[in-house]
Design a protein around this ligand. Structure first.
Ligand code: SAM
Ligand code: DTB
Ligand code: SF4
Length: 332
């Protein structure tokens, strides 16, 4: 077995060379990395819950929760403990081992809202689930309190290249994002950090995003690759479609550059056919969001995901690493 070297110094030229390899060669290289560090038939099931929706002061062009282009989206206060634990229990029943709570905040708040977030984190962790939060920027003491409450991971994406970033978000800098990631890391929390493709970025922007992600030391434990969900009312609503093979190439590159990381095929699966999703798994994606809803948009139904994994001879990873038997079997 070839053990790929973990590197943080990939050059733009090297990444461009990998990204543009003939697809079979690219997939072969991604597979070598995937087999060295992961069970190739297993996919992590994560579940997402929007615990506080809408009214966000940031202006991210892709996001319907930004107050800058809020077109009638429900603004909701922080969800109750009972509703969140019920959702987490349901997610666990579906086969999820990780539960991610998203909040439309630019910064994690202080005071009673933060105390309630800590209770949510403790309660979800007590269910035996990995707990992830994505709530915007935070300070050192908040990161430490979240770590003490049992937070496994914090999601904070770089979204795109430093060069293209200013065309997408103007209210928060790239450096702000890196600083938040450093605080999370210093508190001993795993990092979930990735980006979006399909926002009008060039191939070079994708190389530079990958380079930024792979320069983080250690690499983010999970790397979500989102395909833009074009949402009515947002500035990117009418963005053109991208070639699905670019998504596959992006995933394969993430797998090769960050071979130990979990690569999550995140937003956008509803616009992919089964064959495209299968190709993403072959390229090294090994995590998906399970459940019919992401934050504000829809996601494939769990039953369809189970059916697809079954047809591919793959399965959801259980918390202990044991294999979960999916409900249906079409191989016999
Ligand atoms: N407010 C927090 C923040 O910005 O970090 C957390 C929530 S935010 C929705 C988390 C990530 O979801 C974004 O950084 C972006 O990468 C992704 N995302 C949001 N809207 C999306 C969309 N329409 N399509 C694809 N990805 C999206
Ligand atoms: C991530 O990278 N993707 C997820 C999660 N982190 C929080 C969010 C996807 C959001 C898709 C659009 C929506 O449902 O609003
Ligand atoms: Fe949306 Fe998060 Fe940006 Fe706010 S900070 S607009 S919730 S992506």
């Amino acid at each position: 077995m070839i053990i790929p070297k973990i590197r943080h110094d990939w050059t733009e030229d090297e990444i461009a060379e990998i990204y543009t390899l003939p697809l079979p060669e690219l997939i072969f290289r991604a597979q070598v990395c995937h087999h060295a560090f992961h069970a190739p038939d297993e996919v992590q099931g994560a579940s997402l819950l929007n615990i506080k929706s809408g009214g966000c002061p940031d202006d991210c062009s892709y996001c319907p929760q930004s107050a800058h282009h809020d077109k009638g989206l429900n603004r909701t206060p922080l969800m109750s403990l009972g509703d969140v634990t019920a959702a987490a229990e349901k997610a666990r029943m579906m086969g999820a081992t990780r539960f991610c709570m998203g909040a439309a905040w630019r910064d994690v708040p202080g005071g009673s809202d933060f105390e309630r977030v800590l209770i949510l984190v403790r309660s979800v962790a007590a269910l035996g689930l990995e707990v992830c939060c994505t709530m915007g920027m935070l300070d050192d003491s908040q990161a430490e309190a979240l770590a003490a409450a049992g937070l496994t991971s914090y999601n904070h994406n770089l979204d795109t290249s430093p060069e293209f970033y200013g065309k997408i978000i103007t209210t928060r800098t790239y450096e702000d994002r890196i600083r938040t990631l450093q605080r999370v890391r210093s508190a001993g929390i795993s990092i979930c950090c990735g980006g979006i493709i399909g926002m009008g970025e060039s191939r070079r922007d994708r190389y530079l995003l990958l380079q930024q992600l792979a320069s983080l030391q250690p690499h983010p434990e999970s790397v979500p690759i989102n395909l833009l969900v074009r949402i009515e009312g947002t500035p990117l609503a009418n963005q053109g479609e991208i070639d699905v093979f670019d998504l596959v190439r992006m995933i394969a590159c993430a797998r090769i550059l960050m071979p130990e990381s979990i690569v999550r095929l995140s937003a956008g699966r509803l616009s992919l056919c089964d064959e495209a999703q299968a190709l993403c798994f072959v390229a090294g994606a090994n995590s998906i969001f399970l459940g019919e809803k992401l934050l504000t948009t829809l996601n494939p139904e769990v039953h369809n995901d189970q059916l697809l994994l079954d047809r591919l001879g793959m399965r959801l990873r259980s918390a202990s690493g044991d294999k979960l038997q999916s409900e249906t079997s079409h191989r016999d």
